[in-house]
Design a protein around this ligand. Structure first.
Ligand code: AQP
Length: 321
C-alpha cells in the first residue's frame, strides 16, 4: 500500500478548513492507504509559543483527529517530538542543505518579515519537515499550494543525499488533496481560513458551540451584488459559502433567494457535520490518558521504520554505528 503522511501543527484550534481539506480526505482513504497522521508539535516551537498551550493543543489535536473518525488501528497518530529520530535526521539533512536554499523559502520570508526576533528553527523548519517525511519512506504527501515549495525541498534533499552518499531515501511525491476544498476566511474571504489568524471572526472551530457557529456564519462577509452565484473573483464570500455547503452536504447547492437563506442552510449543514464530532470529542476528553496511549501506540508502531532509516542515513553519511 502507498504510504502517506499528513501533518497538523498544534498552533491553534483546528477549524473547518483543516477538517474538509485534510482530515476528511484522510478518513475516507484510511482503508486503502497506509497513512501516518502526524502532529507537528516540534514545528509549533518555531514561532513565539507558550509551553502549556502547545502541550494542551497537541492533546487536543490528537483528540479531534480521533473524534473526526481517524481509526488509530489503521492510521497511527504520532507527535513528531516523541520520536527522536525526526530530530536526528533533521540534523543529518541540515548537513545536506545550503543556507540560501532555506532562506529562499517563501514562508520563511513571510513569517520572518515582521521585524521581531526570528528563531533559527523557523529557517530550518522545512528541513525538519523533510525529516518528518523521509524518516518513514513516505511515497506521497498531500500538499496544498502553500506547502509545495517545502515538499520540493524534501525531494531535492532526498535526491541529493542519495546521489552523494548512496541510495538511502524514498523520494516523496506531492499529491493534490482529494478534496480540492480550500476553505476561506469568512471575514476576509480572499485569505484561507487559518488557525493562527489573530481574529476568530472568520474561522469556524471544530469544537465551536452551535450558537458561535450560527453567529460566525451569520456575520460572514458577502457583497452588495445581492445574487447568490459562484463567482470567486467578484463574490468571494458568497462563493466560499457555496463551497462550504457543497463540501458539507456532498452535493451541489440549489438556488437561493437571498444571502440570509444561503447562510441559514450553510449553518445547518455545518452544524450537522460538527455536532457528532463535538459529541465524540466530549466523550474522549473524559479520558485524556486514553489519548496519550493512542500516541504511545502510534509511536511503537512507526518508530522501527524511523530507526531503520536513520541507521541507513548515519552509515551512508559517514558516522560510526
Ligand atoms: N483553509 C483551509 N482549507 C483547506 N485545507 C486547509 N488546511 C489548512 N487550512 C485549510 C489543511 O489542513 C492541514 C493541516 O494544516 P496545518 O496544521 O499544517 O496548518 P496550515 O496548513 O499552515 O494551516 P492552518 O490550519 O491555517 O494553520 P496556521 O494558521 O498555523 O498556518 C493541511 O493539510 C492543510 O493543507
Amino acid at each position: 500500500m502507498t504510504r502517506r503522511l499528513t501533518g497538523f501543527q498544534p498552533t491553534g484550534k483546528l477549524h473547518l478548513g483543516n477538517l474538509l481539506g485534510a482530515m476528511r480526505p484522510l478518513v475516507a482513504r484510511q482503508h486503502t492507504t497506509d497513512t501516518i497522521a502526524m502532529i507537528a508539535d516540534l514545528h509549533a516551537l518555531t514561532l513565539e509559543h507558550d509551553p502549556a498551550t502547545v502541550r494542551a493543543t497537541t492533546l487536543e489535536v490528537a483528540t479531534v483527529l480521533l473524534a473526526a473518525g481517524i481509526d488509530p488501528q489503521r492510521t497511527p497518530i504520532i507527535a513528531n517530538s516523541q520520536i527522536p529520530e525526526h530530530v536526528e535526521l533533521h540534523y543529518l539533512l541540515e548537513c545536506t542543505t545550503g543556507f540560501g536554499e532555506a532562506a529562499r523559502m517563501i514562508q520563511f520570508k513571510e513569517k520572518s518579515a515582521g521585524g521581531g526576533p526570528v528563531r533559527l528553527s523557523l529557517l530550518t523548519y522545512p528541513v525538519l519537515m523533510a525529516a518528518d517525511i523521509l524518516v518513514y519512506d513516505v511515497q506521497q504527501v498531500p500538499v496544498g499550494d502553500d506547502q509545495n515549495q517545502h515538499l520540493e525541498l524534501s525531494r531535492t534533499l532526498a535526491t541529493r543525499f542519495n546521489a552523494r552518499y548512496g541510495e538511502t531515501f524514498t523520494v516523496p511525491e506531492g499529491v493534490r488533496p482529494e478534496s480540492s476544498a480550500r476553505i476561506m476566511d469568512l471575514a476576509e474571504p480572499t485569505r484561507k481560513m487559518s488557525k493562527s489568524a489573530s481574529s476568530t471572526a472568520g474561522r469556524i472551530g471544530l469544537l465551536d458551540p452551535p450558537e458561535v457557529i450560527r453567529r460566525t456564519i451569520g456575520r460572514a462577509v458577502t457583497d452588495a451584488i445581492g445574487v447568490v452565484r459562484h463567482d470567486p473573483q467578484h463574490q468571494p464570500g458568497v462563493t466560499n459559502l457555496l463551497g462550504i455547503l457543497a463540501e458539507c452536504t456532498g452535493r451541489e447547492p440549489g438556488e437561493f433567494s437571498s444571502y440570509g437563506a444561503l447562510k441559514r442552510e450553510v449553518t445547518d449543514a455545518v452544524e450537522d457535520l460538527l455536532a457528532p464530532i463535538r459529541a465524540r470529542y466530549a466523550e474522549l476528553s473524559k479520558d485524556p490518558g486514553h489519548v496519550r496511549e493512542i500516541l504511545a501506540e502510534g509511536k511503537t508502531r512507526v518508530r522501527p521504520l524511523a530507526q531503520a532509516t536513520v541507521r541507513r542515513a548515519r552509515a551512508a553519511i559517514g558516522l560510526l554505528d
